[in-house]
Design a protein around this ligand. Sequence first.
Ligand SMILES: [Cu+2]
Length: 161
Amino acid sequence: MSFERGLHCAVACRTVKRRSWIALPLFCLIGTFGVVHHAVANESLQIVDARVPAADKEGGDLPLTMTIKNEADSADVLLRVRCPVANFSERHIVDRGEGAPAMRSISNIPVPAKTTLELKRDGYHVMLLQLRQALAPGETFKCAVVFQKAGTIETEVQVQK
Ligand SMILES: [Cu+2]
């Protein structure tokens, strides 16, 4: 993450044509350190086992599941998820009434303090909408998961059979 950011900065430093050779590198240095500091702050909240089922064509929707470990003393909230393989994403919950279980869109997913929360198809999960590509088993892609307190956490998602 910080390496990527550094790379961006290095490119930016080279392409910007102006005389202030000190100002931009200094800005980049601060930017890189900012990311490192951010990563340290995120250690109390971790994402593991992020996965989606395979998809043989683009255009469809897929449930994205993961395990969120919140070791912090305070509750957090999953606000949104951005994945390059889908145009949109929603937070979903599954309602069980008298009829068949049905998914419903919700504004966010609560993550209680000191809890491991398992997102799954028949409970809280993230729905990727309008897939931009087919996804074969074994492939991986990265998504940014945004929390209210922990900030943005990038996680690798595994495509399953
Ligand atoms: Cu759903």
